[in-house]
Design a protein around this ligand. Structure first.
Ligand code: BGC
Length: 264
């Protein structure tokens, strides 16, 4: 493993060295990495395992411990979930197995990981924390910024003067009778084989709705599709500027690692 080599073969990577560990639990993949909190970069490679099907809490718990074992990491672990997380309990499960609803995810993962401390937070919130710290640019810590992760669903992180307001779930706001993420997630574009232009029109409706409700100063677009932002941002017709996230597929892992190390 390259990460162990970097740190010296005789010792395991540890939190004391400014390092932390994050895992992003998604509907298709569970991904983890050691994160250097001084730079927001991974130490060595990310490790990904397909989300087990059915994605029950027990099965995913086993996958999470495999990822941690892969790195030989013994310290606290931060994890993201694609739903509302309040006091360690998962309150919504739009894009994962219903068996998760009401699960004490913090207790489950901690038990799977030998009783060590874990922090669990919403995936888009984790991305928001990471972008705030390591994304830089575009006045991200001034006024009201809405970061959206455009993927299977639409995740949201609301950042007000540099502070995260968690669990906003803007992807579930109705826009002309349909929730936003069923109207304009990246998955909806793919499933319907829409051009970027057509999809941008749908996304513009969603962003305009958010503008009416929250009067943000800036939108940040994250998720894999933000890599191709030059293909669709120019077609948006909403008023507030939209910029692509700087951190792309690392944001969830980095935010999770920050959250557990800094008790965010
Ligand atoms: C969930 C959010 C999540 C988003 C992205 C939505 O369906 O409700 O909690 O952040 O998907 O995974």
């Amino acid at each position: 493993m390259s990460d162990v080599t970097i740190l010296g073969a005789d010792r395991e990577p540890s939190p004391g060295a400014g390092l932390s560990f994050g895992i992003d639990v998604g509907g298709t993949g569970v991904k983890g990495a050691i994160v250097d909190l001084r730079t927001g970069e991974f130490v060595g490679d990310r490790h990904r395992i397909d989300t087990p099907q059915p994605a029950t809490p027990e099965a995913v718990g086993r996958t999470v411990s495999q990822i941690v074992e892969h790195f030989g990491w013994t310290g606290p672990v931060g994890l993201t979930m694609p739903g509302v997380v309040k006091n360690g309990i998962l309150r919504t499960a739009a894009n994962i197995d219903d068996a998760w609803l009401g699960t004490d995810v913090r207790a489950l993962y901690s038990e799977r990981l030998g009783g060590r401390p874990v922090t669990v937070l919403n995936d888009a919130d984790a991305a928001g924390l990471a972008e705030l710290r390591f994304g830089g640019g575009a006045h991200i810590d001034e006024g009201l910024v809405i970061l959206l992760t455009l993927g299977t669903g639409i995740g949201s992180a609301m950042l007000y003067n540099g502070t995260l307001i968690p669990n906003t779930e803007f992807g579930h706001i109705e826009v002309r009778g349909t929730i936003a993420e069923k109207r304009a997630s990246a998955k909806v574009r793919k499933d319907n084989d829409w051009s970027f232009e057509k999809w941008a029109a749908k996304l513009s409706e969603v962003l305009t709705k958010y503008e009416r409700l929250f009067s943000p100063d800036l939108f940040i677009a994250g998720g894999g599709i933000s890599r191709k932002s030059d293909k669709w941002i120019p077609h948006l017709t909403n008023e507030v500027p939209v910029v692509p996230a700087r951190l792309r597929n690392t944001a969830g892992i980095v935010g999770a690692a920050m959250a557990v190390a800094e008790e965010l």
